[in-house]
Design a protein around this ligand. Structure first.
Ligand code: TRP
Ligand code: ZN
Length: 869
């Protein structure tokens, strides 16, 4: 573990490269023997020794060109081989212990399956290597393992030979023809059910598709396999990109730190993102399976064929691939709810990250533990930046730019600058200023101010932007932003600006301020800004409740319409915080009633628009949050909302009979709307019968869970009884039981901590399984507002106690769950003190991992905005 930060600016090309790798892996639970042979080549004219990365390895043998070699030194994290030639073959034998590898990085054995996770720097836990993404080699791998326990032996590429040994073991040799960085290496050994299929590419090439799942789960893999074929087709149609091997394999495993991994030809997935059927998976689960399957598949071009030069460039592959999977999902499902889903992630999580001690540009400048930079900034803000290229260039030019990117860089390890240069080559637009998005962190705020002169009937709308200093960066410049814009009056007429700065509903904001002029307007106009969330920015546009309702009614952009209601709810809740409920007057309630009655057939829109902003979203428009007060204000508003609108909500609910389960967009929209409304009905009270009935009659997980969620917090006795029935029904299936764990952990009750202890003693809980840990501890820390922020600090203390234990087992997961604690600066001083006290405990803990150290020490050193100047 190194606590020394690496800097992007310090990049040096590798002193040596490895062109060919031959590996022989003798699988054994506690002593797996790895023999690797490398063809090594010196790069450039220098006399340096060869330094290989390694972590937790037992070295048994070193040979050069077939002869034992002794001129080497070992450190904690490296093997330095001295006095080597310019070209030579190096053979190493190392031993590792997969069974006790609970960090789930490198090669690990869990639930009877061997698998690997090498991104970002896990390959060095398998053998000594040049473990950096700009060293690309051809791999040939032979696996040996017990035939009975591990009938399936997989690695990247194509199987070229196999056989049996005399001792009950067997072996398979795999060859991957595509040179790749070590982070894309994978192997799997286990006993699975196999789903087989095939796909023929547009150019007529047949590809074998294989999906490996736990025994007995075949039926739950069908949807993932269908999703894969849809993704393959979409990438051919949209980007002209075909798959490049004869076989594509996906393996679902139960122990996995993240969602899934795009290893060349052999994706490894968290089973949560593969297994899905009507009974056990919600519509949202299906959606997630399809989008993660697509994401990993799309990496084959954006990530594998063209990879990253160094890990600071992570967004090169992740931002771009997230954008691609978002476009795919929008095409397969509903563009609106898809967009809203991602905007919620941006506002609830990315904006929060950018305002915190961990703030970093999408291309970070400095990293201690790379695993800490698989962030919402790199992934989701990164995708927003790619989306802005797409918006600025238009779909055709964007496609041309992508074609050029692949033409230039196929087979290479490149930088974000290389991507921008490829895009620049197809457009006259100067992307120099735009590229600031790669190096500047923080969320820009666009402030909208208006002035209207009734005499001259002229109206000016001024947009000014500023980005506050962030933890990592003091000085900010004006960004280059595409701002989707629409302008209406109270009767719904649309207006165009005098100078034609707005073109196709968009203008560019690339200076500190810009003013649009309108003449001959009868009344003050309503600016409608940032349609479809055209840039990852906050907008300060102080519209009245009335104007927001007009935006909902008349704006062209559906995202703007949804957003107007979100702002309205936020404003209403603020009135409740001020104990000024009366400001939310009859006209507003009537306006909301009309929203429901006028749009009652648009289930997609209502399913989104009837959702009150979460506590996390509300925090983004507030400072020094008094948790209990905001939580109470929000609950009170929710209750008034449910009671005042009870009539229309009930009427709507009755029209939302969804019939027997179908996974079609119409049915999904209706179910979503129905469950959102059910939640309001439960909040109004007196819905116990309805809740029981829906749970009883549900023929799918979406509706079962919808009933449970509506009962949680509104109807404790129904909740308890339905929860115990749910547990009995799903006790055999931990993946489904995670929903149950999560519901318990997010329930607001005074004895929540003893509940959490009980959950940890549940026979299905396993502290080594990240899915279970996230479902219980993660859900509590991220989403149990009242419990986590208990005024006596007990919630913070509970999470800290847990994290200190978890850190010794799985630092990657511990470092993710610590995030809510590191956001102490959002909360009122009393909370801050309590949160920081726990962070201090973590910082002072002996043997702390680099993962936690980086996040906690940054958080403790963090100075809030005004102190930074
Ligand atoms: N490249 C993976 C993806 O986004 C991310 C990933 C999977 C990962 N497992 C990981 C990152 C473990 C760090 C550590 O598709
Ligand atoms: Zn990815």
């Amino acid at each position: 573990m190194s606590l020394q930060a690496k800097k992007r600016a310090d990049y040096l090309p590798p002193a040596f490269t490895i062109n060919d790798v031959k590996m022989d892996v003798q699988l054994h639970p506690t002593c797996t023997r790895v023999t690797s042979e490398y063809q090594v080549e010196r790069m450039g004219n220098h006399g340096h020794a060869l330094t290989l990365d390694g972590d937790n390895l037992t070295l048994r043998e070193v040979c050069i060109d077939g002869q034992p070699y002794t001129d080497y030194e070992q450190t904690d994290s490296s093997l330095v081989i001295c006095n080597v030639a310019d070209d030579f073959s190096l053979k190493l034998v190392t031993e590792i212990d997969p069974e006790h590898n609970q960090a789930l990085e490198g090669l690990y054995l869990s639930a009877g399956t061997y698998c690997t996770q090498c991104e970002a720097e896990g390959f060095r836990r398998i053998t000594y290597y040049l473990d950096r993404p700009d060293v690309l080699a051809r791999f040939e791998v032979t696996l040996h393992g017990d035939k009975q326990h591990y009938p399936t032996l997989l690695a990247n590429g194509n199987p070229i030979a196999r056989g049996d040994h005399d001792d009950g073991t067997h072996w398979v040799t795999w060859q991957d023809p595509h040179p790749k960085p070590a982070y894309l290496f994978a192997l799997v050994a286990g006993d699975f059910d196999l789903l087989e299929d095939s796909y023929t590419t547009t150019s007529g090439k047949p590809v074998k598709l294989e999906l490996y799942v736990d025994k007995g789960k075949r039926d739950q893999g069908v949807f993932a396999l269908e999703s894969l074929k849809r993704a393959m087709k979409w990438d051919e149609d949209t980007f002209g990109l075909e798959y490049d091997l004869d076989i594509y394999m996906i393996v679902a495993v139960d122990f996995f730190n993240m969602g899934a991994m795009e290893n060349k030809g052999l994706n490894i997935f968290n089973s949560k993102f593969v297994l899905a059927d009507q009974d056990s998976a919600t519509d949202e689960d299906f959606f997630n399976v399809e989008s993660v399957i697509a994401h990993e598949y799309f990496h084959n071009w954006t990530g594998n064929r063209v990879t990253c030069r160094d890990w600071f460039q992570l967004s090169l592959k992740e931002g771009l691939t997230v954008f691609r999977d978002q476009q795919f999902s929008a095409d397969m499902t509903s563009p609106l709810s898809n967009r809203i889903k991602h905007v919620r992630v941006m506002r609830e999580h990315q904006f929060a990250e950018d305002a915190s001690a961990m703030s970093h540009p999408i291309r970070p400048e400095e990293v201690i533990e790379m695993n800490n930079f698989y962030t919402v900034t790199v992934y989701d803000k990164g995708a927003e930046v790619i989306r802005m290229f797409h918006t600025l260039l238009g779909p055709e030019k964007f496609r041309e730019g992508m074609d050029e990117y692949f033409r230039r860089h196929d087979g290479q390890a490149v930088t974000c600058d290389d991507f921008v240069a490829a895009m620049q080559s197809v457009t006259d637009l100067n992307l120099g200023h735009f590229a600031l998005w790669y190096s500047q962190s923080g969320t820009p705020v666009i402030e909208v101010t208006t002035s209207y002169d009734p005499q001259t009937r002229r109206m000016d709308i001024t947009f000014s932007q500023h980005t506050a200093p962030t933890a990592d960066q003091k000085d900010k410049a004006s960004l280059f932003m595409p701002v989707a814009f629409d302008c209406i009056d109270s009767a719904g007429n649309h207006y165009t600006d005098d100078d034609g700065q707005v073109r196709d509903g968009m203008f560019i904001l690339d200076t500190a301020a810009k003013t649009l002029h309108f003449s001959d307007v009868p009344e003050p106009l309503i600016p409608v800004v940032l349609g479809n969330f055209s840039a990852p920015a906050k907008v300060e546009n102080s519209l009245s409740a009335e104007q927001l309702l007009a935006v909902f009614q008349y704006a062209n952009d559906t995202f703007n319409r949804w957003d107007a209601l979100q702002s309205l709810y936020d404003w209403c809740i603020h009135q409740y915080e001020l104990e000024n409920q009366a400001a939310v007057d009859a006209t507003i309630w009537q306006g909301l009633e009309q929203v429901i009655t006028r749009e009652s057939h648009n289930h997609e829109l209502l399913g989104e628009c009837l959702v009150i902003p979460s506590f996390e979203t509300l925090c983004q428009s507030r400072q020094l949050v008094e948790v209990a007060a905001l939580n109470t204000a929000r609950s009170q508003f929710c209750r008034d909302f449910a009671q005042r609108l009870h009539g229309p909500l009930e009427t709507l609910f009755k029209t939302l009979e969804t019939g027997p389960y179908q996974y079609t967009q119409t049915a999904i929209n209706a179910r979503r709307c129905r469950n959102v409304v059910l939640n309001h009905l439960a909040c109004a009270g007196d819905a116990d019968k309805l809740l029981n009935q829906q749970f009883e009659q549900a023929d799918n997980m979406t509706d079962s869970l919808g009933a449970l969620k509506a009962a949680q917090g509104h109807s404790p006795s129904v909740f308890e009884s339905l929860m115990s029935r749910f547990e009995q029904r799903w006790n055999h299936d931990p993946l489904v039981l995670d929903k149950w764990f999560g519901l318990h952990a997010t329930t607001e009750r005074t004895d929540i901590l003893s509940q959490l202890s009980l959950l940890q003693q549940h026979p299905r809980f396993a502290k080594g399984n990240p899915n279970r840990v996230r479902a219980v501890i993660g859900s509590f820390a991220f989403f149990n507002t009242a419990g986590f922020h208990a005024p006596d600090g007990s919630g913070y203390q509970f999470v800290t106690d847990y994290l200190l234990k978890l850190d010794a087992v799985n630092p990657q997961v511990a470092a993710r769950i610590v995030t809510p604690l590191t956001q102490w600066h959002n909360f009122a001083p009393d909370y801050q003190l309590l949160m920081k006290a726990q962070l201090e405990r973590i910082a002072n803990h002996k043997g702390l991992s680099g993962d936690l150290y980086e996040k906690v020490s940054k958080s403790l050193a963090f100075k809030v905005n005004s102190e930074q100047q």
